[in-house]
Design a protein around this ligand. Structure first.
Ligand SMILES: Nc1ncnc2c1ncn2[C@@H]1O[C@H](COP(=O)(O)OP(=O)(O)OP(=O)(O)O)[C@@H](O)[C@H]1O
Ligand SMILES: [Mg+2]
Ligand SMILES: [Zn+2]
Length: 261
């Protein structure tokens, strides 16, 4: 049935297979143009879908941008940027334990983050300490959008030492406060070089502040627990005994084995 309200235009009764009858305006005699006389509820549904797709795409792009930013901030060494727990090969019970502890730490990140849970990875060279520490980062960044900062003792303390320059517009206290910001701070090569007393003092400050603020850390060192205690002092080690799992990497060097990097 058609009713003409104005010259040349007609109200036509149409039926949508999904939504049933509806009316549409059509210029009398004009051919039906696909889409022009579509059911209004179908048009609404298509629009809603397009909006949702657009929002989802925007959210995906935002997430990808944020992940790139978090990866930049983390400064994971390129060698370990793609390291995974599955790629960590196990041939001794000690390696299995180290892997299980680090994997468990990453898997329980939400609670570690709340309670300031930390790891101390100690042991000989080439045993995979840095690799596993980076793997924790590679896991919690995409899974939790966690912010991570990886550095050696000298690179971590550098930002603090830079504030001593005469032209610095920041104070030591501000730089120390900045080191509280990352959800996880990984400090590698503790004890590898004989840092100055001042550097050690800064390291203590950083560890102590993060401990007090319940901020997680992974401390990596070639030294065994006793030598680490001598280096960092009883006060620091007491803090780790309270909040950290200490893992001894007491097997041979991966690097020393023929044919390996
Ligand atoms: N269990 C393992 N499975 C696979 N690769 C490993 C394993 N252990 C070590 N590696 C590899 O051996 C090399 C040395 O590992 P890594 O740098 O993590 O050792 P490290 O304990 O940090 O040594 P250092 O104390 O000298 O810094 C890396 O290329 C790492 O990927
Ligand atoms: Mg290392
Ligand atoms: Zn419809």
């Amino acid at each position: 049935m058609e009713t003409t309200d104005e010259p040349g235009a007609a109200m036509v009764a149409l039926t949508c297979p999904t939504h049933g009858p509806y009316t549409a305006w059509r210029v009398a005699g004009a051919p039906v143009v696909a889409g022009l006389n579509d059911c209004p509820r179908c048009i609404d549904a298509r629009q809603a879908e397009a909006d949702r797709d657009g929002r989802e795409k925007a959210a995906r792009q935002l997430r990808a941008r944020k992940l790139r930013q978090l990866a930049d901030i983390a400064s994971i060494p390129p060698r370990f940027a793609a390291a995974t727990f599955d790629g960590y090969q196990v041939s001794t019970p000690g390696q299995a334990r180290a892997l299980a502890i680090c994997r468990g730490y990453a898997a329980s990140w939400s609670s570690q983050c709340m309670k300031g849970g930390s790891l101390v990875l100690t042991g000989g060279t080439g045993t995979g300490k840095t690799r596993l520490a980076c793997t924790v980062a590679n896991t919690i960044i995409p899974e939790h959008m966690a912010s991570v900062c990886f550095g050696t003792v000298s690179s971590v303390t550098r930002t603090v030492r830079a504030t001593y320059a005469r032209n610095s517009d920041r104070t030591e206290a501000q730089a120390l406060a900045d080191l509280l910001v990352p959800d996880l701070l990984i400090i590698d090569e503790v004890g590898a070089s004989t840092g100055s007393d001042h550097e050690l003092g800064l390291l203590f400050e950083i560890i102590n502040k993060r401990y007090e603020h319940l901020r997680p850390m992974i401390v990596v060192s070639n030294l065994n627990a006793d030598d680490l205690r001598k280096l960092l002092g009883q006060r620091v080690m007491d803090r780790f005994e309270e909040c950290a799992t200490v893992v001894a990497f007491d097997w041979g060097s991966w690097r020393a084995q023929a044919g390996r990097a």
